[in-house]
Design a protein around this ligand. Sequence first.
Ligand SMILES: Nc1nc2c(c(=O)[nH]1)N[C@H]1C(S)=C(S)[C@@H](COP(=O)(O)O)O[C@H]1N2
Ligand SMILES: [Mo]
Length: 315
Amino acid sequence: MQFDPHRSNPSGILPSEITPQALFEQRRTLIKAAGIAAASLWLPTTAQAAQTLEFQKTAYGKEETLTALQDVTNYNNYYEFGTGKEDPAREAVLFKPTPWTIKIEGAVKQAKTIGIEQLMKLAPLEERIYRMRCVEGWSMVIPWIGLPLKALIDWAQPTGNAKYIEFVSYNDPRHMPGARMPILDWPYVEGLRMDEAMQPLTILAVGLYGKVLPNQNGAPVRLVVPWKYGFKGAKAISTIRFVEQMPTTTWMRASPREYGFYANVNPQVDHPRWTQSSEKRIGAGLFAGRVKTKLFNGYEEVASLYAGMDLKKNF
Ligand SMILES: Nc1nc2c(c(=O)[nH]1)N[C@H]1C(S)=C(S)[C@@H](COP(=O)(O)O)O[C@H]1N2
Ligand SMILES: [Mo]
């Protein structure tokens, strides 16, 4: 392949870790100014950013040290908004995630749409503190707010032909600068096998750190599958399609040798161009060592989903 937006900054060092505080503050002021411009266009954008969510406290990951909100919201992969880690925070300021509906189609009793408000009422919102591992070799711990994907599947009523689910991200070249460029084959498509989708760890996230999802993290709703590499977590989902055949995801299309359908975190299966045996915790500081990556990102309860499968072949 010619260009892989993954690892365009392989150091994994945050600008906030290396730039002087003054520069950092200046950048914040710029972002704030952009926020004011947004407010004059449509008030809900800024009002939304501060909106707190009601949710149930978590039993998941309470013992983890959280990655700082500043890092969670300023070190992002969201190629529709550019390839730089800080591009999404800046370029998605004007993105308007409401009103929002998701199309539900394919092997379902009846094709239909669901609004984001209705989706958020399908099950009680819960906090889920998950370790997140990017295929590039860095990781974070994020306190998501969301609901089990299973709640939506139950509502959608898939037929017996539904073996996989395909997730299609919103794509609007007019408002997404990266989507005007051939970075990936747009729109961004991801997929799960039906049993992976029903696994209780799999959630649709609508918030993080107690507030509605920031635009750069995939507002208004994105997939989170903590035992897989971060790229499985499609952002700003606009269509959910139940299908019989394994979907060809965007990353498989970009480089089938490097990105498989399963994309389970696995320290024994290296990316062809770099090791997957260890990772850098974002925000742990310049001199913090790398930590060992665990099979399934440490979520061993999913192992039974892959019993009898060769995970080197099904990477
Ligand atoms: N639509 C869309 N979804 C996406 C991506 C993307 O470029 N476009 N990047 C993926 C990758 S590579 C990662 S690591 C995670 C990052 O999520 P975060 O920015 O909320 O940490 O989003 C994933 N979802
Ligand atoms: Mo990623």
